[in-house]
Each structure stands twice: as structure tokens, then as C-alpha cells.
Design a protein around this ligand. Structure first.
Ligand code: HEC
Ligand code: HEC
Ligand code: HEC
Ligand code: HEC
Length: 205
């Protein structure tokens, strides 16, 4: 009886770890089974424990070729912030998603041919995309009037918007997306966008 109970508990724990939480395994960023990745590893396409690429400040042990494109940032008549060239983690995303560098160009490789196309291609023209690499702080929220104060508003993920969604105070691709599929939401979103929940985390509309 006791051992059956233990097996049942183990079974439920296994189910939880398989289905309840998001994980990179099996997600769009799991390149383990690609014919160009003979390592049998998931992380290696983006990270390495040694000899990492340090050309982007703050990049976490980066192992992928980094884009050198010049990007066209978002502008509008009503935008209060100013979006500059992508910084920090956004540049890492764009090293595959701007369509100039092959997905399999990691670990020093530069001659790959798998270029992202279709919907997943963001490109180098960011003027039609949600602004990124902008400072999002209390002052911006006050000026804008339609944004929650990131230093006090709850993200729904355990802490404030600033702690959970910003990178050195900046809004980046990874403010909305979890590259590791941590939330398990569609489109690798950090927060589900059902009823525009993701948007309403920051926008007070
Ligand atoms: C497709 C590329 C990609 C893959 C594959 C990937 N990562 Fe990341 N990882 C990133 C990017 C981009 C960042 C920076 C953005 C961020 O922090 O969300 C990052 C950040 C991190 C960080 C620091 C921030 C944090 O989330 O704690 C850790 C640790 C990390 N990754 C570990 C891993 C491990 C372990 C694996 C494999 C199981 C992995 N990553 C697979 C792209 C990737
Ligand atoms: C090593 C290259 C690489 C990096 C780095 C990378 N991606 Fe991707 N990403 C891909 C590829 C390839 C796909 C398409 C996979 C497919 O459709 O099979 C993809 C798919 C996606 C998707 C669609 C997911 C889905 O479920 O359809 C999103 C969203 C995304 N990436 C966001 C990001 C963000 C945000 C970052 C940075 C934090 C990032 N990616 C970094 C290669 C990369
Ligand atoms: C303000 C939040 C937000 C930011 C910032 C953001 N995304 Fe997205 N992204 C989304 C949402 C929401 C979707 C789901 C599809 C949709 O609603 O258009 C999405 C979809 C995607 C997709 C899947 C293909 C598609 O268009 O449907 C990719 C790839 C992607 N984003 C990459 C990126 C990259 C790379 C960056 C940074 C340059 C970025 N995203 C910045 C919210 C964001
Ligand atoms: C992590 C916080 C955050 C999330 C999530 C977010 N935004 Fe934003 N958004 C901002 C900030 C900050 C600005 C810059 C506002 C400014 O400077 O005027 C902005 C700008 C915009 C703008 C441009 C405003 C202008 O005046 O040109 C629109 C439109 C917008 N967001 C819509 C959305 C939508 C739709 C979603 C959900 C898919 C979303 N946002 C998700 C923080 C966020």
C-alpha cells in the first residue's frame, strides 16, 4: 500500500514537471534534434560554459554569432520614450531573428544556411514593431499617463514590473518573451495575452 502511494506521488510529480510548467525542451527554441546540431545539447546553440562571446555587454555566456546590422527603431508622434539601437538581450534575439545570421552559427561557426523566414522573421526594420530598448521608469509612466509605474505595479509573476520584466530598467524583447518558454504560454510569452493580459500588465488602458 505504502509503495503504491509513493509511486502515485512520484507519478504526479513527473506529470507536474512534464506538463504544468513551461520548459525549453520541445519548444520552438529546442534545437536538439536539428541535423546541424550533433552535440545532443539544447543550451549550446546559445550558451557555453567557456570562451563565450563578450561583444554584447551583459550577454549571458553567449555562444552564438552576434548581428552587426543597423536597425530602424520605432517612432511615433505620441511616443514619449526614444527607442535607440537594440541593446542587451534584444540584440541576442535579433542575432537569429533579423534574418542576417544563420541559426546554426554558434560555437565559432559562421557559414550556416538556416536563415529564419516567414512569420518568425522580425528583420532589421523595427519601425513596425513594439518599441524595445527604451528606459521604462516612474518618470516615463508619469509623462505618459497611460502606463503603470514599473517600480510599484505588480507584474503578476511575483514582484514588480521592474524586477520581473525589465533588463537594467529597459524594455527588451525578453520583457514580453521568455526565450526558455518558462511560462509555457503560446509564442513563448512570459504572461498569457488572453484578454490582452500581457499588454494590460504595463498599459493602464
Ligand atoms: C535560443 C537561444 C537560447 C537557448 C537555446 C537557451 N538560452 Fe538561455 N538565454 C538566452 C537569452 C537570449 C538570454 C538573455 C535574455 C533573458 O535573460 O531572458 C538567456 C539567459 C539565460 C540565463 C540568465 C538569465 C536567466 O534566465 O536566469 C541563464 C541562466 C540561461 N539563459 C540558461 C540557459 C540554459 C541552462 C539553457 C539550456 C537548457 C538555455 N539557457 C538555452 C537564449 C537561449
Ligand atoms: C539561435 C537562434 C535564435 C535565438 C538567439 C533566438 N531565437 Fe527565437 N526562434 C528561432 C527559430 C529558428 C525559431 C523558429 C522555430 C520553428 O518555427 O521551428 C524561433 C521562434 C521564436 C518564436 C516563435 C515561437 C513559437 O512558439 O512559434 C518567438 C516568439 C521567438 N523565437 C522569440 C525570441 C526571442 C524574444 C529571443 C531572444 C530573447 C529569441 N527568440 C532568440 C531562433 C532563435
Ligand atoms: C510588448 C510585447 C512584445 C515585445 C517587446 C516583443 N514581442 Fe514578439 N510577440 C509579442 C506577442 C504578443 C506575440 C504574439 C503574436 C501577436 O500577437 O502578434 C509575439 C510574437 C512574436 C514572434 C512569433 C511570430 C509572430 O509574429 O507571430 C516572434 C518571432 C517574436 N514575437 C519575436 C520578437 C523579438 C525578436 C522581439 C524583439 C525585437 C519581440 N518579439 C518583442 C509581444 C512582444
Ligand atoms: C513590459 C511592459 C509593456 C508591455 C508588456 C507592453 N507594453 Fe506597450 N509600451 C510599453 C512602454 C514602456 C511603451 C513606451 C510608451 C511611450 O514612451 O510613450 C510602450 C509603447 C506602446 C505603444 C506605442 C505608443 C505610442 O505612443 O506610439 C503601443 C501602441 C503599445 N505599447 C501597445 C502594446 C500592446 C498592444 C501590448 C501587448 C501586446 C503592449 N504594448 C505590451 C510597455 C509595455
Amino acid at each position: 500500500m505504502k509503495s503504491i502511494r509513493i509511486y502515485l506521488i512520484l507519478f504526479f510529480v513527473a506529470c507536474l514537471s512534464q506538463f504544468s510548467f513551461g520548459q525549453i525542451s520541445g519548444s520552438a527554441h529546442d534545437f536538439n534534434n536539428e541535423n546541424w546540431n550533433s552535440s545532443g545539447e539544447i543550451c549550446i546553440v546559445c550558451h557555453t560554459p567557456h570562451n563565450s562571446n563578450t561583444t554584447v555587454a551583459g550577454a549571458p555566456l553567449w555562444n552564438h554569432q552576434v548581428t552587426s546590422s543597423t536597425f530602424t527603431p520605432y517612432t511615433s508622434a505620441t511616443l514619449d520614450a526614444t527607442a535607440g539601437q537594440p541593446g542587451a538581450s534584444s540584440k541576442l534575439c535579433l542575432s537569429c531573428h533579423d534574418g542576417t545570421i544563420a541559426v546554426e552559427n554558434y560555437g565559432g561557426r559562421t557559414n550556416g544556411s538556416e536563415i529564419i523566414s516567414g512569420n518568425d522573421l522580425v528583420g532589421t526594420d523595427l519601425s513596425n514593431d513594439h518599441p524595445i530598448s527604451i528606459a521604462y521608469n516612474t518618470a516615463l509612466a508619469t509623462t505618459d499617463g497611460g502606463l503603470n509605474d514599473p517600480s510599484t505595479a505588480n507584474s503578476g509573476l511575483g514582484s514588480t514590473i521592474a524586477n520581473d520584466l525589465l533588463f537594467a530598467g529597459q524594455m527588451e524583447c525578453a520583457s514580453c518573451h521568455d526565450v526558455h518558454n518558462g511560462g509555457g504560454n503560446s509564442n513563448l510569452l512570459r504572461i498569457s495575452n488572453a484578454s490582452s493580459g500581457l499588454c494590460l500588465t504595463c498599459h493602464n488602458k
